[in-house]
Design a binder for this molecule. Structure first.
Ligand SMILES: Nc1ncnc2c1ncn2[C@@H]1O[C@H](COP(=O)(O)OP(=O)(O)O)[C@@H](O)[C@H]1O
Ligand SMILES: [Mg+2]
Length: 313
């Protein structure tokens, strides 16, 4: 496991923000993207967000997320084409620019999170009727496709396949093809994760079309930011006993802020001590190793300088 000192030394070198001359910039909470006519440079910074606000930066977090996506894109490329052109730096993915479909492609293997909340209101999730008497965190016989809107602000709303076609958002053929591909990618994700002792519980995909209307998998893939993971070895027992599942720990900072600083997202962002940030970094690195089954090769030093040089930006 990585030493605390290595993480501490990296704290002054984290990637906060980029200002490159690579194309039209879009700054998300975590990633900076630059669009050219046919390409996108996706730079995963070390920013961390919770309560929909960027709170601070965490050493190696950008590398962890970018490399988890990279891992999954290569593990699934035999199933569906993806947008990756190259990964020239641990924090950078150069991708093909696509027309992103206007829905979030959500796949769920278990009844949990917002699906569980919806189910309790009337035994249905995204217009899919489920049998009565299901329990929280129960596995579905087959994973469910529960698409949602892509909200610019606030929360995504569930959208049934019927509505997507009826509203003319996507043709029936296209949505069926996307569902089929997403389910295959999810199945592969579950198999690979399980071989590393993890359950891929649910995830969100973005698909896009190229100029020939070919379908590609885009955005990020099976990262802790877009997916939920549980530990496989304790699933059954905890489910039987009605206990919360052990999950990959991205809730740590959120919980710390609520408990120790009574911060729930409003007002001034509290100072976060180095020890807490180091703990968060260790959890991300652990997540990388648990998901991929590979050892994390932390790239120390000034990330901004390195990325700038790599992209000639
Ligand atoms: N290959 C691609 N072509 C075009 N747009 C893409 C591609 N991959 C991802 N995107 C888009 O890039 C944007 C990335 O935003 P993101 O960094 O996730 O910020 P946030 O979600 O916080 O607004 C999203 O709108 C996503 O749909
Ligand atoms: Mg996003």
């Amino acid at each position: 496991m990585i030493l605390d000192n290595k993480i501490r030394d990296q704290m002054e070198y984290t990637l906060k923000e980029t200002r490159f001359n690579l194309g039209k910039k879009y700054q998300g909470k975590v990633r900076d993207t630059y669009m050219t006519d046919d390409k996108i440079y996706i730079i995963t910074t070390d920013r961390i967000s919770a309560f929909d606000r960027v709170l601070t930066t965490v050493p190696f977090k950008g590398q962890v997320l970018n490399q988890i996506s990279d891992f999954w894109f290569s593990m699934t490329k035999d199933i569906v084409k993806n947008h990756v052109i190259s990964v020239p730096d641990p924090n950078v993915m150069v991708t093909r620019k696509l027309n992103i479909l206007p829905i979030e492609v959500v796949i769920r293997g278990y009844l949990t999170g917002s699906a569980w909340r919806d189910y309790q209101k009337g035994n249905a999730v995204s217009g899919i009727k489920l049998p009565p008497g299901m329990r929280k965190d129960q596995k579905f016989d087959k994973p469910l496709f529960t698409p949602s809107t892509k909200a610019k602000e606030g929360h995504d709303m569930p959208l049934s396949v019927h509505d997507i076609v009826a509203q003319g958002m996507l043709s029936k053929e296209l949505i069926q093809k996307v569902e089929e591909m997403a389910l295959k990618v999810f199945k592969r994700g579950q198999e690979v994760a399980l071989s590393n002792g993890m359950i891929l519980v649910d995830t969100k995909y973005e698909f896009g079309l190229d100029e020939n209307n070919e379908i590609y998998l885009a955005d990020e893939l099976h990262t802790p930011d877009s997916s939920r993971y549980w530990y496989a070895d304790t699933y059954e027992e905890r489910f039987r006993n009605g206990q919360e599942q052990r999950m990959l720990d991205k809730e740590y900072l959120r919980q710390w802020l609520i408990k120790e600083r009574s911060f729930m997202g409003d007002g001034h962002i509290p100072e976060i001590p180095a020890e807490v940030i180091i703990e968060v970094a260790k959890k991300y690195i652990k997540a990388y190793e648990e998901i991929t089954g590979k050892k994390f090769d932390a790239k120390v030093g000034d990330v901004l300088e390195r990325v700038k040089k790599c992209l000639g930006a």
